[in-house]
Design a protein around this ligand. Structure first.
Ligand code: NAD
Length: 301
């Protein structure tokens, strides 16, 4: 691949993807309005377009750049914010996605790769979730990402825009802001560094499937020429409780951590573990970074 657009390339996951694409010799164009991204994340070798994905100029920009693929990561990805401001979620995550899809169709972009989320499933009680599971989001964030997925599939049906949808479990790693979808690792590490009390929402027995950011990047890159028309989990297929996660972090920190329990949050999911069998099959991909090793990288960042 010679040219790629990465929306959200100044954000946590997007900036790691940009680094990896550049290291492979790809020319990278970043579209980001810095609503949650940071210029310090952004690789200076990427060409930046500081505009909103909902902007009317997007279509002519995609037409002008004519990328070989568009990786769509820009989003309002903060679950709490989505509950307080559903319209903003809809504007960015649904309308912004439609704007990009139209731009890609008009410019005949060969591939659209979308960052979706386990939040599309909501609060379902399963030991492990497969892609066949019904989707019943319990936050406006999950709902807006699910709606975006449906638009992407219809853009393929109606206009032939090839796509892969990647539903991530909880992503963690360096550059993650202490908030947003799946930000619990960075929230804990941030508090520890400031020697502040850690608030564990609920009883701490809620479980999550944590995937290291580099593994998410490799799944995006694997999607370039594979898994057309597929919706795949990018996850480890293993889960850990928040209480046990804290124990691992405590072991890395080598000092006791101050913690207390706080009320559960609206829209929070009790258990989340995603099967990654389909991604292994269609992308010939697998997660490489064990949790303890990934946590060490995130801790040392
Ligand atoms: P992030 O907030 O760090 O990155 C999002 C980026 O998009 C930021 O740089 C932000 O400035 C940019 N952006 C937001 N709205 C924009 C707009 N209207 N126009 C242009 N740019 C805009 O989030 P992240 O954690 O890196 O997430 C990246 C993607 O992965 C998102 O689509 C998110 O829904 C998805 N995801 C993340 C996780 C996770 O655990 N972090 C889990 C599942 C899915």
């Amino acid at each position: 691949m010679t040219k790629a657009i990465v929306t959200g390339g100044a954000g946590f996951i997007g900036s790691h993807l940009v680094d990896e694409l550049l290291s492979k010799g790809t020319e990278v164009f970043v579209i980001d309005n810095f609503s949650s991204g940071n210029s310090s994340n952004l690789n200076p070798n990427a060409k930046l377009f500081n505009i909103d994905i909902g902007d009317f100029q997007i279509k002519s920009l995609i037409q002008e750049l004519k990328p070989d693929a568009l990786f769509h990561l820009a989003a309002q990805a903060d679950v709490g914010r989505s509950v307080g401001n559903p319209s903003e979620d809809e504007r960015v995550n649904i309308n912004g996605t439609i704007n990009l899809l139209q731009g890609c169709v008009e410019a005949s972009v060969p591939k659209f790769i979308f960052s979706s989320t386990s939040a599309v499933y909501g609060n379902i009680q399963r030991d492990i979730i497969t892609e066949k599971e019904s989707t019943t989001p319990s936050s406006f964030y999950g709902l807006s990402k699910l709606a975006a997925e449906y638009y992407i599939r219809l853009f393929y049906e109606l206009f032939g825009l090839r796509y892969t949808i990647l539903r991530y479990a909880n992503v963690y790693g360096p550059r993650q802001l202490p908030k947003g979808d799946g930000g619990v690792v960075s929230v804990f590490l941030d508090r520890i560094k400031r020697a502040e009390l850690i608030k564990v929402h609920g009883d701490g027995e809620q479980t999550r499937d944590f995937i290291y950011v580099k593994d998410v990047v490799s799944a995006n890159i694997a999607s370039l020429h594979k898994a057309d028309g597929k919706t795949l989990h990018i996850s480890t297929g293993e889960s850990i409780s928040i209480n046990n996660l804290l124990k691992l972090i405590e072991g890395i920190h080598r000092l006791p951590i101050k913690k207390e329990n706080a009320p559960s949050r609206t829209g929070d999911i009790r258990h989340s573990c995603l099967s990654n069998q389909l991604a292994k099959e269609y992308l010939q991909w697998q997660p490489d970074v064990p949790l303890l090793e990934g946590l060490r990288h995130a801790y040392l960042k």
